[in-house]
Design a protein around this ligand. Structure first.
Ligand code: 5AD
Ligand code: SF4
Length: 435
């Protein structure tokens, strides 16, 4: 979502005649977009600010200047601290203030500004449309935020505090944005939300539309070849959404559905409001609807009170679910969350050991999933040049990276590829000639 937000910031700043530069030394304005989800990401903020200060000083030596801004969830959670600790920062603003950026940046040229209030108005009603030239420059796949915030309050997670409560964008607004992306050449859209399948945007009849309704509507857009969505919560995985995976060929057979832990005791302490059994039952229904669906997940090891047996239960649910890929993390106590105050925090050494064991299993599953594609023919959306000369790169429906020798003219097309070989990280193959 930070990637999407950064693009919207750039769109918003075109009002001030700013444009994106890839050459950091040339920037008149440098915005650090931050993540607060785990301590490691947050820690990086202050060292990055140090680096930004050096860049600004160099520009000052040459008679130029640079406005330094910090955006995102660390700005939201620790705005005052950033202002106090880092005098070089002129502007701090949270995720709900992006639409005010033109005005904030003007003010920051003369004074230090902080804006981390949750405004009453919805930023999406104010953010300008992306310029067509920007959409084209951003490539053939795009993100589109449809829902933001979270009301679930998992006891380890800062999102409900930094992003605020759940808000869904109206259905028509999403369709219009998707159409303008497609008009700019986008072929694949990934719908985003902290809780994307809790989407309940207003439709044209003034009723709440769920994610399935939105997907069916988006699937009608001519030229939109592929749809994905992330991240989902098991409790919002309703049957209409599962059916969409059966009905819509545009909806790719891939789902990121985090379970976090396989132990019911830990799931309860995490305030996940579902059991391991319920998760497995959802997976079963999904595979009934779309047998080839690739499953991805998120896992946290070392949540307070996690015993060896609880950890074993997590390994067990991984074996039962069979993932094509997954993200896994050591539990990181976050300020202001209930988890951080729980007794029996797990020592770092055990968290590390458990993560290594869990990642070994997940890596094996990922390799197995990729190798099972060998010999199959899959449609690949080619969206970029490959790693070496003469190569092009793309993605399978299952989100596997694919590289092969081929003409750059194929970028922007979907071609059938017979998979010849692969490993944990990517696959290679040959184009299937149509007779
Ligand atoms: N510690 C470790 N991982 C976390 N996540 C969220 N909060 C924490 C935390 N405090 C992980 C979860 C979530 C993903 C986005 O980040 O697995 O699904
Ligand atoms: Fe965080 Fe996701 Fe839980 Fe919401 S549902 S609190 S975003 S982990």
């Amino acid at each position: 979502m930070n990637v999407y937000d950064s693009t919207r910031m750039i769109d918003s700043l075109s009002e001030n005649d700013y444009e994106e530069t890839k050459i950091i030394e040339q920037a008149d304005l440098l915005i650090l977009n931050t993540c607060h989800i785990r301590e490691k990401a947050t820690e990086k903020v202050f060292s990055e600010i140090g680096r930004m200060k050096e860049l600004r000083n160099k520009r000052r030596e040459n008679g130029q200047d640079m406005i330094i801004a910090v955006a995102g969830c660390v700005a939201q959670a620790q705005g005052e601290e950033i202002m106090a600790r880092a005098p070089v920062v002129s502007l701090v603003f949270g995720p709900q203030s992006y639409h005010k950026l033109p005005e904030l940046v003007k003010r920051a040229a003369n004074e230090r500004v902080i804006d981390t209030d949750f405004p009453i108005e919805d930023k999406f009603n104010f953010l300008p449309k992306a310029k067509n030239s920007n959409i084209i420059a951003r490539g053939l796949t795009a993100f589109l935020t449809v829902q933001e915030g979270c009301d679930k309050f998992c006891s380890f997670c800062v999102v409900p505090y930094t992003r605020g409560s759940e808000v869904s964008r109206p259905l028509e607004q999403v369709i219009l944005e998707a159409k303008s992306l497609v008009a700019g050449g986008v072929m694949e859209i990934t719908l985003l939300g902290q809780n994307v399948n809790a989407y309940h945007g207003e439709n044209s009849k003034g009723k709440a539309a769920n994610l399935a309704e939105l997907l069916y509507a988006l699937a009608k857009i001519d030229g939109l070849e592929r749809l994905r969505y992330t991240t989902s919560h098991p409790n919002d995985m309703d049957q209409t959404l599962i059916n969409a995976h059966k009905d819509l060929s545009t909806l790719m057979p891939y789902l990121h559905l985090p379970v976090q832990s396989g132990s019911n005791k830990i799931l309860k302490a995490m305030n996940r409001s579902h059991t391991a059994e319920k998760y497995l039952e959802i997976i079963e229904r999904l595979r009934e609807a779309r047998p080839d669906i690739a499953l991805s997940g998120d896992f946290i090891v070392g949540f307070p009170n996690e015993s060896d047996k609880d950890f074993e239960d997590t390994l067990k649910i991984i074996r039962q679910s069979k993932y094509s890929s997954a993200y896994s993390f050591k539990y990181s106590p976050r300020p202001g969350t209930p988890g951080a105050l729980m007794d029996n925090q797990i020592p770092e050494k055990i968290r590390s050991e458990r993560l290594t064991i869990l990642q070994k299993l997940l890596n094996e599953q990922q390799t197995k999933f990729n190798l099972a594609t060998i010999g199959r023919t899959v449609p690949v959306l080619f969206d970029k040049k490959g790693r070496s000369a003469g190569q092009i790169g793309g993605r399978s429906p299952y989100l596997q990276p694919i590289h092969l020798s081929g003409s750059e003219d194929l970028i922007g097309t979907i071609e059938n590829v017979k998979i010849i070989s692969g490993d944990k990280n990517s696959l290679t193959g040959e184009l299937v000639k149509v007779e």
